[in-house]
Design a protein around this ligand. Structure first.
Ligand code: AMP
Ligand code: TRP
Length: 329
């Protein structure tokens, strides 16, 4: 039987932080290794054009995400790794879906509201249309599953709506994609547990490339609360809950086991150990990343091969779409 298709991507906009690592990357690897899916993971370079953009940095940023993929354990023998902009069918399908998307649907997107601000000249059509491109990324491969963090659920819902609309109007063509969430849907910022960890707040981020010294410093200065003992209460003690979730996700240990170990100890002990847990999980990743980065030709070959595979599938789907639309015979 054919395996269900799974698609996801990450934007090349700078270094990944632990939110990306736990909310996306680590999960990608687990899903790939489950053997249950036909996996496609791409570098969302076109999406990254909706953020601050420097063409001189872009190649490096694209390669950096590809390296993160490989270092985390994505294996080109088990999944297709590619670059979004190398597959023109993504943007071709986006146009078609644009003609089915009411502006009202996009106006209510939280990400658009958060990122676009109030200055009219800065409210770009690209950012507005971002979720439609994301829908195209998914639908062009007939993906049934999309692993993403909590912040992308609204966009996925739009993709599902567009599937229903297209299929109703032009005949059954696309599959409805479902989100696959990790245990770490939302890792919060280390300096403010009410905000999600995000590179727009670097002070609250641990980046996957941070050195052990920097990780120690950041974790030791993470905000906690005025209680004395380590304990888990998501509502009343969000900062501690976040650190415990981080500890658990990085070590694989259950939260109550961790809490039990710290009975009678202070926050400093807990944080010191948490820093070491994060460091040791990232050491392996950083080592592999360094090795892969030495072999630029290999990286290029992997992407070229992935692009070729993805392009073939996407072009074939686009031919079907054009037939359904009466644009070709
Ligand atoms: P981005 O870098 O914003 O394109 O995000 C890449 C992936 O990481 C997406 O699947 C996001 O949902 C996920 N992600 C980003 N920030 C966090 C966070 N703080 N906690 C959990 N997942 C996150
Ligand atoms: N919007 C996603 C993010 O910021 C990245 C992305 C682009 C994506 N296209 C996608 C994720 C398609 C999953 C499927 O994280």
């Amino acid at each position: 039987m054919k395996k269900a298709v799974l698609v996801s991507g990450i934007q090349p906009t700078g270094n990944l932080h632990l939110g990306n690592y736990l909310g996306a990357l680590k999960n990608f690897v687990a899903l790939q290794n489950s053997g249950k899916y036909e996996c496609f993971f791409f570098v969302a370079d076109l999406h990254s054009m909706t953020e601050e953009y420097n063409p001189k940095e872009k190649q490096k940023q694209i390669m950096n995400v590809a390296l993160d993929y490989l270092a985390a354990g994505l294996d080109p023998k088990k999944c297709v790794i590619f670059q979004q902009s190398a597959i023109p069918a993504h943007t071709e399908l986006m146009w078609v879906l644009n003609t089915l998307t009411p502006m009202g649907e996009l106006e209510r997107m939280t990400q658009f509201k958060d990122k676009s601000g109030d200055i009219q000249e800065k409210r770009m059509v690209g950012l507005f249309d971002y979720p439609v491109l994301m829908a195209s990324d998914i639908l062009i491969y007939d993906a049934k599953f999309v692993p993403v963090g909590h912040d992308q659920l609204q966009h996925l819902e739009l993709a599902r709506t567009l599937v229903r609309k297209f299929n109703a109007k032009f005949g059954n063509t696309f599959a409805e994609p479902k989100p696959l969430m990790t245990n770490v849907e939302r890792l919060m910022s280390l300096d403010d547990p009410t905000k999600k960890m995000s590179k727009s707040r670097p002070a609250g981020c641990v980046f996957v490339d941070d050195s052990p010294e920097v990780i120690r410093k950041k974790i030791m200065s993470a905000v906690t609360d005025s209680e004395r003992e380590v304990g888990y209460d998501k509502e009343a003690r969000p900062a501690m809950a976040n650190l415990l979730m981080l500890y658990s996700a990085m070590s694989g240990e259950k939260i109550d086991m961790i809490v039990n170990r710290y009975i009678g100890k202070g926050y400093a002990d807990f944080k010191r150990d948490l820093a070491e847990v994060v460091i040791s999980s990232l050491t392996e990743f950083q080592k592999k990343k360094k090795e892969f980065s030495k072999n630029k030709t290999l990286l290029k070959t992997i992407l070229e091969k992935g692009n070729k595979t993805a392009r073939k599938i996407a072009e074939k789907k686009m031919e079907t779409v054009k037939r359904k639309l009466g644009l070709s015979k």
